[in-house]
Structure formats: structure tokens, C-alpha cells
Design a protein around this ligand. Structure first.
Ligand SMILES: *[C@@H]1O[C@H](CO)[C@@H](O)[C@H](O)[C@H]1NC(C)=O
Ligand SMILES: *[C@@H]1O[C@H](CO)[C@@H](O)[C@H](O)[C@H]1NC(C)=O
Ligand SMILES: *[C@@H]1O[C@H](CO)[C@@H](O)[C@H](O)[C@H]1NC(C)=O
Ligand SMILES: *[C@@H]1O[C@H](CO)[C@@H](O)[C@H](O)[C@H]1NC(C)=O
Ligand SMILES: *[C@@H]1O[C@H](CO)[C@@H](O)[C@H](O)[C@H]1NC(C)=O
Ligand SMILES: *[C@@H]1O[C@H](CO)[C@@H](O)[C@H](O)[C@H]1NC(C)=O
Ligand SMILES: *[C@@H]1O[C@H](CO)[C@@H](O)[C@H](O)[C@H]1NC(C)=O
Ligand SMILES: *[C@@H]1O[C@H](CO)[C@@H](O)[C@H](O)[C@H]1NC(C)=O
Ligand SMILES: *[C@@H]1O[C@H](CO)[C@@H](O)[C@H](O)[C@H]1NC(C)=O
Length: 554
């Protein structure tokens, strides 16, 4: 309802723009392996990352300096108005935003950017539990609902170029199995956008790892496992966070290898971050002339410099401006990037008519360095998980609504108890390498926990004490066993379908209670991914998260 109102507002604004003679921003679409504007010209992303850095908690398991908080840069009219002239000076046509808050109003910033012919690429992830968990990946109702709620909040704007379903989720060969969940997210988000006739593209931003797994991952995310060439599970737009060109370099010394690796790539691709920092030197951004000329333009549709706002990592300081209240001071880097962006003229070829339709090859095979199965996780179903949550015998009812450690820690504990009782957590476990997804694996963490607690309670002959979990469980009188409830509520556990918007704007579980968790994650300088608390694996698997061990619970 809220989303509909938002669309109407934006629609009126667009109509008003027509009447006042202002040219609306052009629609950008995928054509073959390139991007084109409506008039048939090739579209190159000439952009900058646009998000203030969140709070980073330094720790050994946060090597990427991923933040645990965020500031939505599209929700503050004052800040957007302050920055817009600088974005225009820089000559960008796109900004990338890593996390937004779907409950805030974005009209002012989005309209201002659109009026300045600036597109927005929106990452759907949020810090902590709002991203894929690298240690225990799952494609769940709560994550899908978060993604859809964000899409609905932005669907009325004409300048959303793409939605990213993840950033640097896979960071090593041993994590490539997680790609199955990314592909499922792309499939479901793509289906949702199509069902609403929204034309934004679906993207992913990859870390630049060794080609032995980076390249198969790229091919997997753009392949068609059914060999039907439908592309229903393929990304529309692949991003590579690439920092290969540092300082005074050359195409041959920096990009030639990567460009060769992607030579035949089937979908549009761009550098979702670029701009290597070498300590103590300002950045000259000479790489821009390479990125926007042949042979790079045969593969890439431009890129985004990292970052408008100050952002630091162990590599150095990436900001292009410094900000003090309402005043912006551009750095030498800013001026250098502005000069470079101002002097590019990428080729307007091939023409849109000769670009053809996008071709979707079959998927890369599995081996020791590339683990992802082509059997993808199913589409998460709120209705089915809600059905289950409301019929279980022992339900998670947290005493405190803000104890974020509870769900993951209790899952570990519950699974260990099931193991001791000769049972397993297989029904809630998902494995993208084996392509096996437990019947309830797509449910939100709270519902999974209630399921595990119910199984344990029932295994102990419904001894009331076995449902206590230190005061976190409540007995409900039911005759059906947990597994019978799961089979009845989730009758077809491998179903895929077009998802719909969650019933409430908050989405999530019907068990109420606290959210799953939060923790340290992964992802790049700016990206997020992971929640090592809501962890569980297969079988007797017990993974003790960094923050709450079984020891403290037992
Ligand atoms: C909006 O941005 C301005 C300028 O940085 C800042 O002073 C203000 O506190 C921000 N407002 C909110 C609600 O964050
Ligand atoms: C979004 O903003 C609302 C209102 O300020 C706040 O209550 C909520 O926590 C925010 N959500 C996220 C995910 O930051
Ligand atoms: C991958 O290997 C690294 C160490 O090389 C390890 O820290 C990490 O936990 C492993 N990840 C997975 C998913 O096995
Ligand atoms: C592993 O599989 C990937 C993807 O199919 C392939 O690119 C790579 O060459 C294979 N590696 C080995 C060592 O066979
Ligand atoms: C909720 O969280 C806040 C901030 O971490 C903390 O100060 C407060 O004590 C918590 N409340 C309860 C009931 O746990
Ligand atoms: C139950 O939850 C509370 C906080 O919500 C926690 O302090 C307590 O340790 C939990 N009990 C068990 C057995 O996990
Ligand atoms: C993350 O946790 C918060 C509360 O801590 C909850 O509201 C939200 O639904 C959770 N998000 C996901 C995707 O699980
Ligand atoms: C990250 O991990 C460290 C220790 O590993 C911990 O002290 C810190 O509180 C964690 N941060 C968050 C946001 O949970
Ligand atoms: C997936 O299954 C494989 C093979 O059994 C196993 O090695 C791997 O640890 C599992 N991954 C997860 C995330 O449970």
C-alpha cells in the first residue's frame, strides 16, 4: 500500500517534468552483452560509490573492515543537495549506494539525481544479518522480504539502474558453493521485477580473486543451468570490484590479463569499484582512459570510482572529498578523476541493433576449486514458514527483544542437543555445494529455531523442561510432530515461483521476537555480508559463532 502510494507520487513528478519541458532520464537496458539507452546509444557507467562509511569494528574476523552500521545517503535532503553539485562537477552519470533504509523517504534525493541525469545502483544488502552469511549461507524469507521491501521503496523512481543482490559474498575458492544462493536470489528478484514490470537490472558485485575461481564464478552467475537459454537465473549485470591498476601503470601491466579472461563474457559487465590507493600518493586515475577505450570497452561498460565519501581501510584513504557539516572540500584525487572522466569518449559500438539478444551458456562444472551446484535453493515462502511457525509444539519466545546473540547461539545449542539425541539439523541446513536444501532451510532464523526446539522437545517425550531453553521456549499444545508440520506446511520443498511482497513492511517471522542476530562479516571496504551467529550446518553440525558459544548456554 505504502509502495503504491510512493509510485503514484513519483509518477506525478515524472508527469510534471514532462509538462515543464524537462527531459526525463533515458531508460537503460541490456542488449546482448552491453547496455544501451532508449535512443540506441551504448551506455557506459561513469560513476562513483556514494555512501558514508559505517562504523567498523576492527577484529581478526573482520579483515575487510566491513561496517556494522550504515547511513542511508539517499534519505537526507540536506546532504544530497550539498553533494549534487560535486557529483555534477565530477561528471558522473551513476552512483552506487551500498545500503538503504526502505522505511525512509527518498523522494528528494532520487528526484534530484534523476534531474541531473544520474542513475543509482542500489545494493539490497544491509550490514550484519541483512546480508548473506558466508559461514552459513541461506536464501531465506527474511532476506527475500528485505530485498523486496527495498525494491518496492525505489520502484517509483525512473533512475534506478540496477539492484545488486550481493557484494563480495564469495571471497575464496572454498566459499564458491555460496554462489548457488546468490543465483537463487538473482532468480527470485528478477522474477519479482518482471512481475511488476519494473525494468531495473539485477546485478552482483564480485571481489577480484584469483582467476581460478573468480572466472568460473562469473560464468556461473551468468549461465543457464537448464540449457533453455532463458537466463531466468542469470544476472543482468556483473560487477567486478577491481583495483588492479595502481598509480602510473599501463593497460598491459594491469588490466590485460583480466580483460582477456572476460573476453567472451555473455552479459554486461562493469567495474563496480575501481581506484587503487598507493600509500602517500594522490590518485591520478589514469586507468579511466583505459577503461573507456578499446579493448576494455569490448567487455566492460564503464565503472565506478571508490569513493565519494571518506573511506579508509588498511590500504589507505579512498575518499574523494572531505565533508564538514554542510561544506565539501574536493581532494586532488577528485580533481584528477574529474579531468579523466571529462576527457573520455568511449566507442558507440556495437550498435544496439547488432548487439543481438543475450546468450546464456551452460554452467561451469564442479571441482575442487569451484564448488557451486547447479541445483539451486528454492524460493523462500513466507506463507509456508508462517504456517509452520504457528503449528509447532515448542516455540522460540525470547525474553528480551533486543538480545541479538540469542537466535544463532540457541540454534547451535539446539542442534548439538539434537545430535546427542541421535537426530540432526538436516531439515534446516542448506548446502550450495551438494545442492541439498533442507525442507525448512529457507525459513527465517527464528522459525528454524522453533523447529529445532520442537524436534528436541518431542524427542524428550514432551518433557516440559526440554522446551525451556533457559526461558526462551514456550510449549504449545499440538498433536502433529514437528516434521509432520513441516511436511504439511512445506509440501513441495524445492518449489520455485514468483515471490510477492511481504504482508507487512517489516516482513520476517511470525514467531515475533528478536531478529536473528548480527555479527562481523565479510565483504569489501564497503560491502557487507554475514552473520556468523545464525549458524548451523548439516547433520550434527555445530558451529560456534564468534560471539556466543555453547559453553555460555549449556
Ligand atoms: C543530514 O545531513 C546533514 C549534513 O551532513 C546533517 O547535518 C544532518 O544531521 C543530517 N540529518 C539526518 C537526519 O541525519
Ligand atoms: C530505518 O529507519 C528507521 C527510522 O529512523 C529506524 O527505526 C530503523 O531502525 C532503520 N532501519 C535500518 C535497517 O536501519
Ligand atoms: C575457507 O578457508 C579459510 C582459510 O583459508 C577459512 O578461514 C574459512 O573458514 C573457510 N571457509 C569455508 C566456508 O570453509
Ligand atoms: C574447475 O572447474 C572450473 C569451472 O568448471 C574450471 O574453470 C576449472 O578449470 C576447473 N579446475 C580444474 C583444476 O580442473
Ligand atoms: C537492549 O540493548 C541496549 C543496547 O545494547 C542495552 O543497553 C539494553 O540493556 C538492552 N535491553 C535488554 C532488555 O536487554
Ligand atoms: C535465553 O535467552 C536469554 C536472553 O534472551 C539468554 O540470556 C539466555 O542465556 C538464554 N537461555 C539459554 C539457555 O540459551
Ligand atoms: C535482522 O535482525 C533484525 C532485528 O535484530 C530483524 O528485524 C530483521 O528482520 C533481521 N533481518 C533479516 C534479513 O533476517
Ligand atoms: C566483532 O568481533 C569482535 C571480536 O571478534 C567483537 O569484539 C565485536 O563486538 C564484534 N562486532 C560486532 C558488531 O558484533
Ligand atoms: C556442504 O557439503 C560438503 C560435502 O558434504 C561439506 O564438505 C561442506 O562442509 C558443506 N558445507 C556447508 C556450508 O555445510
Amino acid at each position: 500500500m505504502w509502495a503504491t502510494a510512493r509510485r503514484v507520487t513519483a509518477g506525478l513528478a515524472a508527469a510534471a517534468a514532462l509538462f515543464t519541458g524537462v527531459q526525463a532520464i533515458a531508460k537503460v537496458s541490456r542488449g546482448g552483452r552491453y547496455l544501451y539507452t532508449d535512443d540506441g546509444n551504448r551506455f557506459y557507467i561513469k560513476g562513483v560509490a556514494y555512501q558514508p562509511q559505517g562504523d567498523v569494528v576492527a577484529s581478526s574476523d573482520n579483515a575487510f573492515g566491513e561496517p556494522s552500521t550504515f547511513t542511508d545517503p539517499l534519505a537526507n535532503d540536506t546532504a544530497c543537495s550539498r553533494d549534487l553539485p560535486y557529483l555534477q562537477q565530477l561528471g558522473v552519470n551513476t552512483v552506487r549506494v551500498y545500503s538503504v533504509n526502505s522505511s525512509l523517504n527518498h523522494d528528494s534525493c532520487m528526484h534530484a539525481l534523476s534531474g541531473a541525469n544520474i542513475y543509482v545502483i542500489i545494493d539490497l544488502s544491509l550490514p550484519l544479518n541483512g546480508s548473506f552469511d558466508r559461514n552459513a549461507p541461506a536464501w531465506t524469507t527474511s532476506l527475500l522480504d528485505q530485498y523486496i521491501t527495498t525494491i518496492d521503496a525505489f520502484s517509483g523512481y525512473d533512475n534506478v539502474l540496477a539492484y545488486n543482490v550481493g557484494n563480495e559474498v564469495v571471497i575464496a575458492a572454498n566459499g564458491t558453493g555460496t554462489a548457488a544462493f546468490i543465483k537463487a536470489a538473482a532468480r527470485d528478484v528478477k522474477a519479482y521485477l518482471a512481475s511488476k514490470s519494473y525494468n531495473a537490472l539485477v546485478g552482483y558485485a564480485a571481489i577480484d580473486g584469483t582467476p581460478t575461481w573468480r572466472d568460473p564464478l562469473a560464468n556461473y552467475l551468468s549461465c543457464d543451468p537448464s540449457s533453455s537459454n532463458s537466463g531466468s537465473t542469470a544476472l543482468d549485470l556483473y560487477g567486478l570490484n577491481n583495483y588492479e591498476w595502481c598509480g602510473d601503470s599501463t593497460y598491459q601491466a594491469s588490466y590485460a590479463g583480466t580483460n582477456g579472461d572476460y573476453a567472451g563474457y555473455n552479459i554486461p559487465a562493469y567495474f563496480s569499484e575501481f581506484g587503487c590507493v598507493t600509500s602517500g600518493e594522490s590518485r591520478t586515475f589514469q586507468e579511466v582512459s583505459a577503461i573507456y577505450s578499446s579493448p576494455m570497452t569490448d567487455v566492460w561498460s564503464g565503472g565506478l570510482a571508490f569513493s565519494y565519501f571518506p573511506a579508509s581501510s588498511s590500504a589507505g584513504q579512498f575518499g574523494l572529498v572531505t565533508i564538514d557539516g554542510n561544506s565539501v572540500t574536493p581532494s586532488t584525487d577528485f580533481n584528477n578523476l574529474k579531468t579523466q572522466y571529462g576527457s573520455v569518449s568511449p566507442p558507440n559500438s556495437p550498435s544496439s541493433s547488432s548487439a543481438g539478444s543475450t546468450q546464456y551458456p551452460s554452467c561451469p562444472g564442479q571441482n575442487d576449486t569451484f564448488l557451486a551446484s547447479t541445483t539451486l535453493p528454492p524460493t523462500p515462502s513466507d506463507a509456508e514458514c508462517g504456517c509452520m511457525a504457528g503449528a509447532l509444539s515448542c516455540r522460540f519466545t525470547p525474553p528480551s527483544s533486543n538480545d541479538t546473540a540469542t537466535v544463532g547461539a540457541l540454534l547451535n545449542y539446539g542442534c548439538s542437543l539434537l545430535g546427542q539425541a541421535g537426530l540432526s539439523c538436516n531439515d534446516i541446513a542448506a548446502n550450495g555445494s551438494t545442492g541439498t536444501y533442507g525442507r525448512a532451510s529457507f525459513c527465517d532464523p527464528e522459525t528454524k529455531l522453533s523447529y529445532v526446539m520442537s524436534q528436541y522437545y518431542e524427542s524428550q517425550n514432551k518433557n516440559q523442561q526440554a522446551c525451556s531453553f533457559g526461558g526462551n521456549g514456550t510449549v504449545h499444545s499440538t498433536s502433529a510432530s514437528a516434521s509432520a508440520v513441516a511436511s504439511s506446511c512445506i509440501a513441495n520443498p524445492s518449489a520455485t515461483f514468483t515471490p510477492s511482497a511481504p504482508a507487512s513492511a517489516t516482513g520476517g517471522s511470525s514467531t515475533g521476537g528478536s531478529g536473528s542476530s548480527g555479527s562481523n562479516h565479510s565483504g569489501a571496504l564497503s560491502g557487507f555480508s554475514l552473520d556468523s551467529r545464525a549458524i548451523f550446518g548439516v547433520g550434527l553440525m555445530i558451529v560456534v559463532s564468534a560471539f556466543g558459544g555453547i559453553a555460555t548456554l549449556a
